[in-house]
Design a protein around this ligand. Structure first.
Ligand code: CA
Length: 227
C-alpha cells in the first residue's frame, strides 16, 4: 500500500514515516496543502493521512476539492480539535475517519487497517487472497503451496498492487508511480525486472494466478486456469 502523509510538523511526520515504513507501507510526504493536493490528485495513493491545520491550504478545504475532482481515496483526517462540530465538518467534507492529536501509534495503525479493509474486498485482517495465493504484506511473504515464500519489500508491494487490482490492466507508468513513488529516479525497466522476479516466485499451476503481459501497455493479474 502506498500512503500519502500531508503533515507540516516535521518531527511528527518523520516519526510517522518511520513507523509506517516499519509496518511495510510505502509513504510519501507533503509538508503543505498545495503540494499535498497535487500529490493526492495523482490518484496513485491507497490512503491519505491528512492533517487539518496546514500552510498553503487548510486540510478540510483540500479534502473538499479532491473529492470534487473525483478522488475517492480513503482519507484519515488528523485533527487537534475535538469539538463535535469539527469532527462533523471533517466527515461531511469527505473524510472517512479522523484521529484526534495526540494519538497513540497503535491506534493510527488500526485505523489505517480498518480503512484499507473497508475499501478492499479481498483483505482479511492483514492478508490478501486471490485464488490459492495468499500475501502477507507485513511479513513480505506469500503462501501458495505448503511452503511460505519470502519476498523482498518491493516484490511484496508490487504483488499487493496487483492483488488489489486483479483482472485490471496496469500500465508500466502506473506500476512505477504506485510502487516506487512519484519522485522516483527508478527507470521503467525496473518494472519489468521486478515482474520477472515475481513470476519466478509465483507458480501459476499452484496458486491459480498469473501475471499476464499486455503487449505495449503493461500487465494484468489474472485468476483461473488459463495459464
Ligand atoms: Ca499542522
Amino acid at each position: 500500500m502506498r500512503l500519502l502523509l500531508i503533515e507540516d510538523e516535521l518531527r511528527l511526520s518523520e516519526a510517522l514515516v518511520y513507523i509506517l515504513e516499519k509496518n511495510k507501507y510505502a509513504v510519501d510526504v507533503a509538508f503543505d496543502g498545495i503540494t499535498g493536493q497535487d500529490m493526492a490528485e495523482s490518484g496513485i495513493y491507497d490512503l491519505i493521512i491528512l492533517d487539518r491545520m496546514l500552510p498553503g491550504k487548510e486540510g478540510v478545504a483540500l479534502l473538499k476539492e479532491i473529492r470534487l475532482q473525483g478522488i475517492t481515496t480513503p482519507v484519515l483526517l488528523l485533527t487537534a480539535k475535538d469539538a463535535v462540530e469539527d469532527r462533523v465538518e471533517g466527515l461531511d467534507s469527505g473524510a472517512d475517519d479522523y484521529l484526534v492529536k495526540p494519538f497513540a501509534t497503535p491506534e493510527l495503525l488500526a485505523r489505517i487497517r480498518t480503512l484499507s479493509r473497508r475499501h478492499s474486498t479481498q483483505f482479511d485482517g492483514e492478508k490478501l487472497h486471490v485464488a490459492c495465493l495468499t500475501l502477507d504484506p507485513l511479513r513480505c511473504e506469500i503462501v501458495s503451496g505448503d511452503q511460505p515464500i519470502k519476498l523482498t519489500l518491493k516484490e511484496s508491494q508490487l504483488l499487493e498492487l496487483f492483488m488489489r487490482n486483479k483482472e485490471q490492466v496496469l500500465t508500466k507508468d502506473q506500476i512505477l508511480s504506485r510502487v516506487w513513488g512519484l519522485e522516483t529516479e527508478v527507470d521503467i525497466n525496473n518494472v519489468e525486472i521486478y515482474i520477472h522476479y515475481l513470476r519466478k516466485k509465483i507458480d501459476p499451476k499452484i496458486c491459480g494466478v498469473n501475471i499476464e503481459t499486455i503487449r505495449g501497455i503493461g500487465y494484468c493479474l489474472k485468476e483461473g486456469t488459463h495459464v
